[in-house]
Design a protein around this ligand. Sequence first.
Ligand code: FMN
Length: 223
Amino acid sequence: MPEIGLYEAMSTLRAVRRLRPDPVPDDVLARVLRAATWAPSGGNQQPWRVIAVRDADKRRRLQELYIGPWKEYAASHSATPDGVAPDVAARIGRMLAAANHLAEHYHEAPVILVFCFDPRQMAITDIQLDRPTVVGGGSVYPAVQNALLACRAEGLGCTLTTLLCFREPEVVELLEIPEGWGTCAYIPIGWPASRGHGPISRRPIDKMAFADRFGSPIHLEQA
Ligand SMILES: Cc1cc2nc3c(=O)[nH]c(=O)nc-3n(C[C@H](O)[C@H](O)[C@H](O)COP(=O)(O)O)c2cc1C
């Protein structure tokens, strides 16, 4: 696998949902997991662990647990909203087809990474606010993103999935996750069955970044 630069990796890290069942060699998996360990966390507490699920029976059980929440999600998202441009509608259709494929073949990914976290080890600085808390996730998702980027660098396809959180009690029992720990990311990884990584569709900087106050356009000299 030729080395790719960080910016190229970030800009081509799309969800790859069609995977071959071929195994991931230990040295490749070790590099992906090591990249996860390099992530920052609040107070450097590193309040996360990751379970690399390779056991075929456990992967099959995860697929059985995944398919229900996926079907519910798909049923409520399959209608294309009125007024959507044909190319956007086509993109949504391709995404749903790929996501459906993943749901039906979830267990065929040779490795499923299950990220767990311990909220008792997190400084959740937004917990007292009258809105859903997000900050705790900041001590886990950088590790998740590092793992995704490392997969990209290795040529492995991967998708961050979270629908299995709806079935967390069953997952906790299956994977013997200790009392008090939660799960927040499930990543089926494997070698891409088709095109794999490639161009992504995201909003441009001027829609996402502002200068000095929310909504104020940012003007940047670019070489
Ligand atoms: C927090 C989060 C949760 C996600 N959960 C799922 C999921 O459960 N199943 C799935 O197929 N994709 C899931 N995705 C993948 C997104 O659908 C995907 O990243 C997004 O549509 C952009 O697609 P692209 O990266 O291929 O451009 C999730 C992504 C994120 C960041």
